[in-house]
Design a protein around this ligand. Structure first.
Ligand code: PEP
Length: 256
Protein backbone atom coordinates (compact mmCIF):
# COMPACT_ATOMS: atom_id res chain seq x y z
CA UNK A 1 0.00 0.00 0.00
CA UNK A 2 1.20 3.50 -0.80
CA UNK A 3 2.53 5.33 2.21
CA UNK A 4 0.46 8.39 3.02
CA UNK A 5 1.59 11.61 4.62
CA UNK A 6 -0.32 13.08 7.53
CA UNK A 7 -1.23 16.66 8.32
CA UNK A 8 -2.57 17.18 11.83
CA UNK A 9 -4.53 20.33 12.65
CA UNK A 10 -4.15 21.16 16.33
CA UNK A 11 -6.80 23.80 16.98
CA UNK A 12 -5.77 24.04 20.65
CA UNK A 13 -8.35 26.14 22.56
CA UNK A 14 -9.72 27.79 19.40
CA UNK A 15 -11.94 28.92 17.76
CA UNK A 16 -14.18 30.54 20.34
CA UNK A 17 -17.58 29.26 19.20
CA UNK A 18 -19.13 26.20 17.61
CA UNK A 19 -20.35 28.37 14.73
CA UNK A 20 -16.77 29.40 13.96
CA UNK A 21 -15.57 25.81 14.39
CA UNK A 22 -18.11 24.68 11.80
CA UNK A 23 -16.91 27.40 9.42
CA UNK A 24 -13.29 26.29 9.74
CA UNK A 25 -14.31 22.66 9.33
CA UNK A 26 -16.37 23.49 6.25
CA UNK A 27 -13.34 25.00 4.60
CA UNK A 28 -11.26 21.91 5.49
CA UNK A 29 -13.93 19.69 3.91
CA UNK A 30 -13.72 21.73 0.72
CA UNK A 31 -9.91 21.66 0.66
CA UNK A 32 -9.70 17.94 1.38
CA UNK A 33 -11.46 17.06 -1.85
CA UNK A 34 -8.44 18.23 -3.86
CA UNK A 35 -5.95 16.35 -1.66
CA UNK A 36 -5.07 12.88 -2.91
CA UNK A 37 -2.18 11.35 -0.97
CA UNK A 38 -2.44 12.93 2.44
CA UNK A 39 -4.60 12.20 5.46
CA UNK A 40 -5.91 15.19 7.37
CA UNK A 41 -6.53 14.87 11.10
CA UNK A 42 -8.58 17.58 12.74
CA UNK A 43 -8.11 17.96 16.50
CA UNK A 44 -10.70 20.43 17.77
CA UNK A 45 -11.45 21.29 21.41
CA UNK A 46 -13.58 18.57 23.06
CA UNK A 47 -16.95 20.41 22.99
CA UNK A 48 -16.75 20.82 19.22
CA UNK A 49 -15.65 17.29 18.46
CA UNK A 50 -18.99 15.51 18.38
CA UNK A 51 -20.94 18.15 16.41
CA UNK A 52 -18.18 18.20 13.80
CA UNK A 53 -17.90 14.42 13.67
CA UNK A 54 -21.58 14.23 12.81
CA UNK A 55 -21.06 16.29 9.66
CA UNK A 56 -20.22 14.53 6.41
CA UNK A 57 -16.58 14.59 5.50
CA UNK A 58 -14.34 13.16 2.79
CA UNK A 59 -12.56 9.85 3.42
CA UNK A 60 -9.18 11.50 3.95
CA UNK A 61 -10.43 13.59 6.88
CA UNK A 62 -10.20 12.07 10.37
CA UNK A 63 -10.65 13.36 13.88
CA UNK A 64 -8.27 13.39 16.80
CA UNK A 65 -8.33 14.60 20.38
CA UNK A 66 -5.64 16.85 21.78
CA UNK A 67 -5.25 14.79 24.93
CA UNK A 68 -6.65 11.78 26.80
CA UNK A 69 -6.72 10.74 30.44
CA UNK A 70 -3.91 8.51 31.65
CA UNK A 71 -6.43 6.20 33.32
CA UNK A 72 -8.95 4.01 31.53
CA UNK A 73 -11.85 5.02 33.82
CA UNK A 74 -12.66 6.24 37.28
CA UNK A 75 -13.18 9.38 39.34
CA UNK A 76 -10.97 11.90 37.57
CA UNK A 77 -12.70 15.27 37.50
CA UNK A 78 -12.23 17.17 34.27
CA UNK A 79 -10.66 14.30 32.36
CA UNK A 80 -11.89 12.69 29.15
CA UNK A 81 -11.17 9.00 28.62
CA UNK A 82 -9.75 7.45 25.48
CA UNK A 83 -12.82 5.18 25.37
CA UNK A 84 -15.14 8.20 25.27
CA UNK A 85 -13.16 9.73 22.41
CA UNK A 86 -13.07 6.44 20.54
CA UNK A 87 -16.76 5.80 21.22
CA UNK A 88 -17.89 8.86 19.28
CA UNK A 89 -15.70 8.07 16.28
CA UNK A 90 -12.34 9.67 17.01
CA UNK A 91 -9.39 7.85 15.48
CA UNK A 92 -6.28 9.67 16.75
CA UNK A 93 -4.95 11.36 19.87
CA UNK A 94 -2.16 13.87 20.24
CA UNK A 95 -0.18 12.77 23.29
CA UNK A 96 2.51 14.67 25.18
CA UNK A 97 2.13 18.03 23.47
CA UNK A 98 4.65 20.50 24.88
CA UNK A 99 1.84 22.70 26.18
CA UNK A 100 0.59 19.75 28.25
CA UNK A 101 4.12 18.86 29.31
CA UNK A 102 4.39 22.46 30.54
CA UNK A 103 1.33 21.76 32.74
CA UNK A 104 3.25 18.93 34.41
CA UNK A 105 2.91 15.93 32.12
CA UNK A 106 5.99 13.77 32.56
CA UNK A 107 7.38 11.14 30.20
CA UNK A 108 6.01 8.55 32.61
CA UNK A 109 2.46 9.92 32.36
CA UNK A 110 2.83 10.14 28.60
CA UNK A 111 3.86 6.49 28.43
CA UNK A 112 0.73 5.59 30.43
CA UNK A 113 -1.39 7.61 28.01
CA UNK A 114 0.22 5.87 25.05
CA UNK A 115 -0.61 2.49 26.59
CA UNK A 116 -4.21 3.60 27.18
CA UNK A 117 -4.44 4.80 23.57
CA UNK A 118 -3.14 1.47 22.25
CA UNK A 119 -5.49 -0.47 24.53
CA UNK A 120 -8.39 1.61 23.22
CA UNK A 121 -7.35 1.39 19.59
CA UNK A 122 -6.79 5.13 19.29
CA UNK A 123 -3.75 6.00 17.18
CA UNK A 124 -1.39 8.18 19.22
CA UNK A 125 0.68 11.03 17.85
CA UNK A 126 3.56 11.34 20.29
CA UNK A 127 5.03 14.84 20.57
CA UNK A 128 8.68 15.35 21.42
CA UNK A 129 10.97 18.36 21.16
CA UNK A 130 13.56 20.40 22.96
CA UNK A 131 13.06 23.74 24.73
CA UNK A 132 16.21 25.14 23.19
CA UNK A 133 19.03 24.10 20.90
CA UNK A 134 22.63 24.27 21.95
CA UNK A 135 25.77 23.92 19.94
CA UNK A 136 27.03 21.03 22.07
CA UNK A 137 24.11 18.92 20.89
CA UNK A 138 22.55 18.45 24.34
CA UNK A 139 19.13 18.92 22.76
CA UNK A 140 19.67 15.66 20.90
CA UNK A 141 20.23 13.79 24.17
CA UNK A 142 17.06 15.46 25.49
CA UNK A 143 14.99 14.25 22.52
CA UNK A 144 16.50 10.78 22.77
CA UNK A 145 15.57 10.58 26.43
CA UNK A 146 12.00 11.66 25.70
CA UNK A 147 11.64 8.92 23.08
CA UNK A 148 13.23 6.34 25.34
CA UNK A 149 11.16 7.16 28.42
CA UNK A 150 7.89 7.52 26.53
CA UNK A 151 8.14 4.34 24.47
CA UNK A 152 10.23 1.85 26.43
CA UNK A 153 8.14 -0.87 27.99
CA UNK A 154 5.34 -0.69 25.43
CA UNK A 155 4.87 -3.91 23.50
CA UNK A 156 6.75 -3.83 20.19
CA UNK A 157 3.60 -4.68 18.25
CA UNK A 158 2.21 -1.25 19.21
CA UNK A 159 5.24 0.56 17.88
CA UNK A 160 4.69 -0.59 14.32
CA UNK A 161 3.83 2.57 12.38
CA UNK A 162 4.35 4.81 15.41
CA UNK A 163 3.76 8.50 14.67
CA UNK A 164 6.15 10.97 16.30
CA UNK A 165 5.65 14.71 15.94
CA UNK A 166 8.93 16.52 16.35
CA UNK A 167 8.08 19.96 17.70
CA UNK A 168 10.96 22.11 18.93
CA UNK A 169 9.30 24.22 21.62
CA UNK A 170 11.29 27.33 20.72
CA UNK A 171 9.73 27.28 17.23
CA UNK A 172 6.08 26.85 18.27
CA UNK A 173 3.51 29.61 17.88
CA UNK A 174 5.72 32.02 15.95
CA UNK A 175 6.00 32.84 12.25
CA UNK A 176 7.63 30.89 9.44
CA UNK A 177 10.63 33.20 9.78
CA UNK A 178 11.37 31.74 13.19
CA UNK A 179 10.61 28.11 12.36
CA UNK A 180 13.39 25.56 12.14
CA UNK A 181 15.23 25.42 8.83
CA UNK A 182 14.49 22.48 6.52
CA UNK A 183 18.12 21.30 6.82
CA UNK A 184 17.98 21.25 10.62
CA UNK A 185 14.61 19.48 10.45
CA UNK A 186 16.15 16.89 8.13
CA UNK A 187 19.04 16.27 10.54
CA UNK A 188 16.73 15.93 13.50
CA UNK A 189 14.21 13.64 11.83
CA UNK A 190 17.10 11.39 10.75
CA UNK A 191 18.33 11.43 14.34
CA UNK A 192 14.87 10.49 15.65
CA UNK A 193 14.64 7.55 13.23
CA UNK A 194 18.13 6.46 14.28
CA UNK A 195 17.15 6.56 17.94
CA UNK A 196 13.96 4.60 17.27
CA UNK A 197 16.05 2.06 15.34
CA UNK A 198 18.61 1.70 18.13
CA UNK A 199 15.97 1.32 20.81
CA UNK A 200 13.31 -0.75 19.09
CA UNK A 201 14.80 -2.14 15.87
CA UNK A 202 15.28 -1.07 12.28
CA UNK A 203 11.87 -2.36 11.22
CA UNK A 204 10.15 -0.06 13.72
CA UNK A 205 12.26 2.90 12.57
CA UNK A 206 11.49 2.29 8.90
CA UNK A 207 7.77 2.02 9.57
CA UNK A 208 7.61 5.09 11.81
CA UNK A 209 6.27 8.43 10.64
CA UNK A 210 7.98 11.62 11.73
CA UNK A 211 6.00 14.83 11.48
CA UNK A 212 7.34 18.33 11.97
CA UNK A 213 5.50 20.99 13.97
CA UNK A 214 6.51 24.53 14.89
CA UNK A 215 5.36 27.57 12.91
CA UNK A 216 4.60 25.76 9.70
CA UNK A 217 2.92 28.31 7.45
CA UNK A 218 2.16 28.69 3.74
CA UNK A 219 5.58 30.25 3.23
CA UNK A 220 7.79 27.45 4.59
CA UNK A 221 5.67 24.31 4.10
CA UNK A 222 6.96 23.61 0.57
CA UNK A 223 10.66 23.82 1.44
CA UNK A 224 10.21 21.67 4.56
CA UNK A 225 8.42 19.04 2.47
CA UNK A 226 11.20 19.16 -0.10
CA UNK A 227 14.23 19.16 2.19
CA UNK A 228 13.00 18.26 5.67
CA UNK A 229 12.73 14.46 5.41
CA UNK A 230 9.29 14.45 6.99
CA UNK A 231 6.12 12.35 6.72
CA UNK A 232 3.82 15.27 7.34
CA UNK A 233 3.10 18.20 9.64
CA UNK A 234 1.51 19.03 12.94
CA UNK A 235 0.07 22.50 12.41
CA UNK A 236 -1.11 24.86 15.13
CA UNK A 237 -2.19 28.44 14.39
CA UNK A 238 -2.06 28.12 10.59
CA UNK A 239 -4.60 25.28 10.68
CA UNK A 240 -7.32 27.79 11.57
CA UNK A 241 -6.76 29.88 8.45
CA UNK A 242 -8.29 28.44 5.28
CA UNK A 243 -5.72 30.14 3.08
CA UNK A 244 -2.72 29.01 5.12
CA UNK A 245 -3.98 25.49 5.70
CA UNK A 246 -4.80 25.07 2.04
CA UNK A 247 -1.22 25.96 1.04
CA UNK A 248 0.21 23.59 3.67
CA UNK A 249 -2.00 20.70 2.56
CA UNK A 250 -1.12 21.25 -1.09
CA UNK A 251 2.59 21.33 -0.26
CA UNK A 252 2.36 18.08 1.70
CA UNK A 253 0.30 16.43 -1.01
CA UNK A 254 2.74 17.33 -3.78
CA UNK A 255 5.49 15.20 -2.26
CA UNK A 256 4.33 11.83 -3.57
C1 PEP B 1 1.74 23.16 17.99
O1 PEP B 1 1.55 23.79 19.03
O2 PEP B 1 1.62 21.94 17.96
C2 PEP B 1 2.15 23.91 16.81
C3 PEP B 1 2.77 23.27 15.85
O3 PEP B 1 1.83 25.20 16.81
P1 PEP B 1 2.20 26.32 15.70
O4 PEP B 1 1.98 25.70 14.35
O5 PEP B 1 1.28 27.43 16.00
O6 PEP B 1 3.64 26.64 15.92
Amino acid sequence: MKRRDIVVANWKMSPETLIEAKKVFNSVRGLAKGIRNTDIIICPPFPFLYPLLKLNHPKNVFFGVQNIASEIKGAFTGEVSADMAKGIGTKFSIIGHSERRAMGESNEIIRKKLQVAFDTDLIPILCVGEKERDKDGNHLAFIKNQIKECLTGLHKKYLVGIIVAYEPIWAIGKSYKEAMTPTDIHETTLFIKKVIGELFGGDIAVGSKILYGGSVEAENAGSIVEYGNIDGFLVGHASLSAEQFSAILKAADLKR
